[in-house]
Design a protein around this ligand. Sequence first.
Ligand code: AP5
Length: 186
Amino acid sequence: MRIVLLGPPGSGKGTQAALLKERLDVPHISTGELLRAAVRDQTSLGMKAKAAMDAGELVSDELVLGLIEERMGAADVQSGYLLDGYPRNLSQARALDDVLGRLDLPVEKALALTVDEEQIVTRLARRAEEEGRSDDTEEVVRNRLAVYREQTAPVAGYYADKRLLVEVDGMGSIEEINQRLMAALS
Ligand code: AP5
């Protein structure tokens, strides 16, 4: 399956992708993870991306597209993919269609997790305590949510227009949500 996973920060995209990747036997490709690895490794891309990530802003389309083009060109993607965190605005959605069109690997389904904002704030506050991710502070989470509403939320409409969008309730236990996602794919 070739899947795009959508949803606000803290909606469980990464958590669910880790489960779906095993069940569907496809690679999980997270631009957030790729960028955090670049920051950790202090690559030139990581150094360019860090300030935007720490502020909860989007990294430039150009930088992230470079990452995606490289990753989607790898052999394991031929069996399918689970994209998490990309596309994050309409320009990225169109760029992704171009890349995937060239590779003949178009998106088959866009799954959008819906979660109450109160629940998001609770989840990310807990992760801030447990893991100390630098963009999980209250102020940065507020900005990530604002960026999501302004720039990323319209991406769901992009896939709805293509009849590829399925909205899935992202509230409840991790296993319950996983079962809903599997049902949406069947
Ligand atoms: P990214 O890593 O993509 O962050 P995000 O979208 O804000 O997502 P999160 O990882 O916070 O949440 P998630 O939905 O994956 O939820 P998770 O499963 O982790 O991006 C980070 C930054 O990188 C961006 O702000 C931007 O700067 C940059 N970036 C990335 N992609 C980009 C792009 N395409 N263009 C430009 N910039 C880009 O769960 C969250 C927490 O909740 C966890 O602790 C988890 O254990 C817990 N949890 C999950 N499910 C449940 C549940 N059902 N019940 C209770 N707790 C749960």
